[in-house]
Design a binder for this molecule. Structure first.
Ligand code: HEC
Ligand code: HEC
Ligand code: HEC
Ligand code: HEC
Ligand code: HEC
Ligand code: HEC
Ligand code: HEC
Length: 555
């Protein structure tokens, strides 16, 4: 059912605020790397060779081609789709198709607009249409040198072209993006690779007064320095406490980041460098930070990690039978990342690695907070809710979220936990309380759905009406408004059709919009128009049942 899917897809949008900070005039803002270049040309040049400087780039003919485009297409046995990326002139296209014998029975072609990932581990692609940003289903895996479905798309979970790229994703991978307010994945500008200010913070004041000491990395404590790296390299379930973190701020005042306990210490995930390092004696007793070993704009071409180890372990390895070089090979082994297939990462838990037989995964791993010792219960509850929503759909995770949130949760997360647990009656008063605290797209949308589920249709209509004005760039809200307004007799079929036609122009790929437009066109007796909407729906979603059936009835 459409509803279940929709409700589950309501998610917390996490914003790493690009807005100027509120305290103290003049407000800080980001100025962009071109400005830094004027006075720090050597550093800008050194930085240009790093992975970060290639973390997100527009697809252009000059893009460094790391992929092998002549490999055979990738086949997804669960959906029957083939995928292949092809350069045509200056553009890169993704073909999705089905075959019956040698005949192509279905074909969809989408231009790929951005590449995400420098190409050292994996390279994925983004599609930017009418401002909406989505991840493409095909990824290049560097180590095995092969194409495959994007991480998380295998095993029957191929979400094709519908996975939204929300600001939380760009906050770790890009700079200079501008999100359209009151939407989830719509942007005025997608921007480019991670820049200087991702680590040094907004530069406006420094540019006016270079001697402003607040801008000096060395003035921050080792923990504040690590917080900068952890903001992106501590991968976990991140619950935002308040918006507006910037480099130099205490991370834990803004975010609580949770990780599931793991049975085997040997397994580690893609962005877990900070979490692993914090376990190490070199950090706990030696105060090692990320920049002890990594210079983000290095002066040397190949960093000598051994010399870093030897700066503290002056006598080298205690096991004297071992060579005195390549310390990391034994003490920081590389292994397969547990969350992304076909990639290898360096384990930053520095230790004497003892071989251990792999233990069975924990039956019900608890979430552990990596950023503070005793997080507020409301945050713990939100972490379980987010975990359930995004990754671990085991029923006990939702039960745990509801158990905690029903006693301690912030109103919005309480309402959401009740809603996901199919208890709209309990959820409604909490959604009202959340709205009295702040009016956002998320709270209004949640409230609208809850009112519909509770049969309070007139009230729900006024919520969709409000969103129609406040979130004009968010088509889903207008869609709900049209359907409900028609149902309550406030729109004629002709008016409903006009509104839906507008939506199909904004998001032609949205099969529900196309199908509903067809339904109203059918009511108006405009059968060829209805037919063309249904055909459009199926050209994007060949398996969309309502459109298939309606088209069969029309023919
Ligand atoms: C108008 C010239 C100018 C521009 C533009 C400029 N800087 Fe600087 N920057 C300087 C000077 C001069 C210093 C040395 C100040 C000092 O040592 O007191 C400095 C120092 C720094 C430091 C501190 C070094 C330390 O000792 O810790 C950082 C970090 C830095 N700049 C980064 C940036 C970044 C990032 C940008 C772009 C957002 C930028 N700068 C733009 C002139 C500039
Ligand atoms: C804005 C998010 C962000 C911040 C802040 C950040 N990183 Fe990264 N870092 C990334 C991403 C994303 C990549 C992978 C880029 C790629 O390969 O596409 C990366 C790559 C790296 C690499 C791989 C080698 C290379 O040349 O880039 C190292 C090492 C690294 N980061 C260390 C650090 C350290 C140390 C800090 C703190 C001083 C830090 N990072 C801060 C996001 C970040
Ligand atoms: C909390 C920060 C964070 C978020 C959110 C995040 N990533 Fe990453 N991602 C990283 C870091 C850090 C790395 C680099 C890991 C490394 O090189 O060790 C990475 C690596 C990658 C890579 C491989 C880059 C390479 O080395 O070639 C891709 C592709 C990628 N991420 C895509 C995404 C997409 C798409 C999203 C959003 C749906 C996303 N990431 C969300 C932090 C993040
Ligand atoms: C991944 C985080 C990161 C990024 C991105 C980054 N820096 Fe730095 N920067 C650092 C760290 C860490 C130090 C301190 C290095 C040290 O302690 O040796 C530093 C030091 C500096 C310094 C003073 C020391 C020196 O080496 O002269 C300047 C100036 C500077 N950065 C400018 C820039 C500019 C300009 C850019 C963009 C091209 C940039 N940084 C991008 C983390 C970063
Ligand atoms: C004691 C030294 C040391 C410290 C401290 C350290 N690293 Fe590393 N890091 C390494 C080594 C060694 C490699 C592997 C480099 C290679 O294979 O070329 C590496 C690789 C990486 C990579 C590349 C991807 C991968 O997993 O191989 C990233 C990203 C990274 N480190 C991030 C960080 C962050 C973030 C911190 C701080 C939380 C940090 N490192 C602290 C030594 C260190
Ligand atoms: C800033 C100093 C510093 C640096 C740099 C450093 N360490 Fe350490 N390391 C320490 C301290 C302090 C201890 C704890 C020693 C003790 O307990 O007696 C330690 C402990 C260790 C241990 C024993 C761990 C355990 O659990 O008993 C190993 C192995 C080790 N370091 C290897 C390395 C390697 C390899 C590197 C380079 C990649 C490195 N260290 C870099 C300070 C450092
Ligand atoms: C071939 C693998 C290997 C290499 C290379 C290696 N080590 Fe070790 N290291 C070991 C093993 C195994 C032990 C445990 C020895 C024991 O307990 O008898 C050890 C022990 C240590 C310890 C002491 C840990 C403790 O129990 O207190 C330190 C510190 C250390 N190594 C640092 C280094 C440094 C620094 C380098 C590089 C110069 C290095 N190691 C290179 C395998 C290696």
């Amino acid at each position: 059912m459409r509803w279940g899917g929709l409700l589950l897809s309501l998610s917390f949008a996490l914003y790493l605020s690009c807005q100027p900070s509120e305290k103290g005039p003049p407000p800080l803002h980001y100025v962009g790397d071109e400005v830094c270049q004027k006075c720090h040309p050597n550093i800008v040049r050194a930085y240009a060779v790093t992975w970060k400087a290639h973390s997100l780039l527009p697809v252009t003919p000059s893009l460094k081609r790391i992929e092998n485009f002549s490999q055979p297409a990738v086949y997804d046995p669960h959906s029957g789709f083939y995928y292949r990326a092809v350069w045509e002139g200056d553009s890169l296209f993704l073909y999705e198709y089905r075959l019956s014998g040698r005949d192509t029975t279905y074909l969809r072609r989408e231009r790929l607009d951005f590449v995400i990932g420098s190409g050292h581990q994996t390279r994925s692609y983004l599609i930017w249409r009418n401002g909406f940003l989505y991840e493409a289903p095909l990824t290049w895996y560097v180590l095995p040198q092969k194409w495959d479905l994007s991480p998380g798309y295998a095993d029957g979970k191929n979400s094709r072209f519908s996975r939204e790229i929300q600001p939380s994703c760009l906050a770790c991978h890009a700079s200079g993006w501008e999100a359209v307010p009151w939407t989830y994945n719509r942007y005025h500008k997608v921007g480019g690779a991670i820049g200087c200010e991702a680590c040094h913070g907004p530069g406006s004041r420094h540019v006016e007064n270079p001697h402003d000491t607040a801008y000096h990395w060395s003035r921050w404590s080792p923990l504040r320095q690590m917080d900068v790296c952890s903001r992106c390299h501590l991968e976990g379930i991140a619950v935002e406490k308040r918006t507006g973190w910037k480099p130099g701020d205490t991370l834990s005042a803004f975010w609580a980041i949770f990780l599931p306990e793991r049975a085997e210490l040997g397994r580690f995930g893609i962005a877990s460098h900070a979490e692993r390092l914090l376990r190490s004696a070199c950090y706990q007793k030696g105060g090692v930070t990320c920049s002890t070993c990594h210079n983000p704009h290095p002066r040397e071409a190949v960093p000598s990690y051994d010399s870093r180890c030897m700066s503290c372990h002056t006598k080298g390895c205690s096991d004297l039978s071992h060579p005195t070089r390549d310390c990391a090979a034994c003490h920081m082994p590389k292994g397969e990342s547990s969350d992304i297939p076909h990639t290898r990462f360096t384990d930053h838990y520095i230790r004497v690695v003892k071989s251990q037989s792999p233990s069975a995964p924990l039956h019900r791993p608890l979430l552990v907070c990596a950023t503070e010792m005793a997080p507020d219960s409301a945050l713990v509850g939100e972490a379980y809710l987010k975990w359930y929503n995004e990754e671990n759909t085991a029923p006990w995770v939702l039960e745990e979220a509801l158990r905690i949130l029903s006693r301690h949760g912030r109103p919005f997360s309480r309402a959401k936990a009740y809603l996901l647990s199919q208890k709209p009656k309990e959820a409604l008063p909490w959604a009202e309380r959340a709205l009295s605290q702040d009016t956002t797209l998320q709270t209004l949308e949640l409230y609208g759905y809850l009112l519909e589920m509770s049969g309070l249709l007139e009230k729900a209509l006024s919520v969709w009406e409000t969103l129609k004005h406040r979130a004009p760039a968010y088509p889903e809200a207008r869609f709900r408004w049209v359907l409900l307004a028609y149902q309550l007799g406030k729109l004629t079929p002709a008016q409903a059709y006009e509104a839906l036609r507008g939506l199909t122009q904004e998001q032609p790929w949205n099969a529900q919009f196309q199908y509903n437009a067809a339904v109203f066109a059918g009511m108006l007796g405009r059968l060829p128009v209805a037919k063309s909407h249904l055909q459009a729906a199926l050209s994007y979603e060949p398996d969309y049942k309502p459109a298939q059936e309606a088209l069969r009835r029309l023919q």
